[in-house]
Design a protein around this ligand. Sequence first.
Ligand SMILES: C[S@@+](CC[C@H](N)C(=O)[O-])C[C@H]1O[C@@H](n2cnc3c(N)ncnc32)[C@H](O)[C@@H]1O
Length: 209
Amino acid sequence: MNDRHEHWNDVYGAREETALTWFEAIPTVSLELIRKFADANDPILDVGGGASRIVDSLIDLGFSRISILDLSEAGMNVSRCRLGSRADKVTWITEDVTKWVPDQPCRLWHDRAVFHFLTSKDDCRAYVSRMLSALEPSGIAIIMTFAEDGPEMCSGLPVMRYSPEDLVATLEEIAPGALKTVDMRKHVHMTPKGNEQRFQVSVLRKAGQ
Ligand SMILES: C[S@@+](CC[C@H](N)C(=O)[O-])C[C@H]1O[C@@H](n2cnc3c(N)ncnc32)[C@H](O)[C@@H]1O
């Protein structure tokens, strides 16, 4: 296994889920956008879902085709344990998003705080290529990253910071004309210790009918 995989398994092994800086008891912004752009029977993929409680809320809301992808099984195991038998309603995919070969189309791609860890152009290109092959025509991608005035590091790793315009320009450079911007916004996340982390949130629609 590679360093990335070990790094993230160590992160999830070292701290309680509720002490992780990115912890959200209820992922309000993500849920609002997912409900706006997908129906309960649409296939939804949460990329880098880790231990996120978004899956609990999506099951509660009746979403029936949920997949969680993460390279850390330790992170996803936290969610599986918390969900108990409800975990069987979810497809769990242990993969690095930059290497994954999608085998099922998804209507909605959700990424909170994963793309910004990709600091090389090659990884960004690999991510976008995977995303475009996973998304159905006119499918929706919600990508949340640290904003241009957000943190420079997370979990001991350097991150890229994007304004919504920077993110859209990066995607356009990699895949010209493949995605159309539907929504852009800023969001401030409060960590469990009460520190602010500034995010940008971009919603894009894949070209096609
Ligand atoms: C900062 S956490 C965010 C977790 C979750 N999205 C949330 O909002 O609670 C980043 C997550 O991305 C996962 N991750 C990092 N790089 C990844 C990659 N290349 N492929 C798949 N997952 C990755 C980590 O294991 C971790 O679960």
